[in-house]
Design a protein around this ligand. Structure first.
Ligand SMILES: Cc1cc2nc3c(=O)[nH]c(=O)nc-3n(C[C@H](O)[C@H](O)[C@H](O)COP(=O)(O)OP(=O)(O)OC[C@H]3O[C@@H](n4cnc5c(N)ncnc54)[C@H](O)[C@@H]3O)c2cc1C
Length: 261
């Protein structure tokens, strides 16, 4: 069904009230509108959330960066504060899609959608993010549940995403040459208390690699990656890359990410 009512909310309360039944939120529309057009999804109402004041913007403190849900990828990529505190996050945002996608697409839309090849979910896991919704706080470790599946409940609105400022970090992506989505993307961080390695594009959902985290926690250097065995058992295999190739690329991208740390 391509017919729907278009409504615009002026605050979060109104947005969640309007998003009941078969309605859904509309942010940048970069994923939602193609899905409707291709008849992969159908809704009675689309609730525009981009006019809600306070849902967009970047706030920096010494320990974290909080980014409003409707902040665009271009705003994150061009933010001096993000570039200074978490340069790898600005690099990630700058590598999403093309200028049109970066100027329309939002961080909240990206993580709510949880595409297996999207970039931001890896940043959320690697930077120990907290997802603030209109109802609660969700740790990134609990937020991403499976392919296009998150812990969000019906009508629950992401308000902002809070990233821990790392001591060191790097993101490296082997992109699909057409869409720029990740065939494999690896985000490495050295946080105050732990080392995290998050991988997108390889499997049905973003995940943390225990093997790589253990190796880098013992020795935070590229050479530590050499002896790590990455099993391809659960990985995607498609026209772009076999599961075995993805397993190989993970190590290559981890080393590349380490070179940015
Ligand atoms: C050609 C193309 C190339 C792309 N390349 C990349 C890429 O390289 N890397 C990458 O990561 N992504 C890529 N994308 C996706 C892009 O990053 C989109 O920004 C993202 O998928 C969705 O964001 P949006 O703001 O457009 O959300 P929308 O399309 O408006 O919404 C997506 C979903 O999220 C829900 N939603 C939106 N905002 C909220 C909120 N605040 N709270 C709760 N639910 C919400 C909507 O209801 C909908 O279900 C690409 C897209 C296109 C079209």
């Amino acid at each position: 069904m391509k017919n729907f009512n278009y409504k615009s909310a002026s605050n979060t309360k109104e947005a969640t009230k309007l998003a009941s039944g078969r309605a859904t939120f509309l942010a940048g529309g970069m994923t939602l509108l193609p899905a409707i057009k291709l008849r992969l999804a159908a809704y009675s109402d689309l609730i525009n959330i981009k006019k809600i004041k306070g849902l967009s913007g970047i706030k920096v403190s010494s320990k974290s960066i909080r980014i409003g849900a409707t902040t665009t990828h271009a705003e994150v990529a061009n933010s001096k504060e993000v570039g200074k505190s978490i340069p790898s996050l600005a690099v990630l945002a700058d590598g999403i899609g093309d200028p049109q996608v970066r100027n329309r697409g939002t961080i909240g839309g990206s993580i709510a959608n949880n595409d297996p090849a999207a970039d931001y979910p890896s940043a959320c896991l690697a930077l120990n993010a907290i997802i603030h919704t209109n109802k609660r706080k969700i740790s990134a470790d609990k937020f991403f549940k499976g392919m296009f599946e998150t812990d969000l409940k019906k009508s629950e609105l992401i308000v902002s995403i809070e990233f821990e400022v790392p001591e060191k970090s790097g993101y490296a992506k082997f992109p699909n040459p057409a869409s720029r989505y990740a065939i494999v993307g690896v985000y490495v961080t050295q946080l105050k208390k732990e080392v995290r390695v998050a991988i997108t594009g390889a499997a049905s959902c973003v995940f943390r690699s225990k093997e790589l985290e253990e190796a880098l926690a013992n020795n935070f250097s590229s050479s530590a990656v050499d002896n790590v065995n990455i099993s391809s058992k659960e990985f995607n295999s498609d026209i772009h890359a076999s599961a075995e190739y993805r397993a190989h690329i993970i190590k290559v991208m981890t080393k590349k990410a380490m070179s940015y740390c």
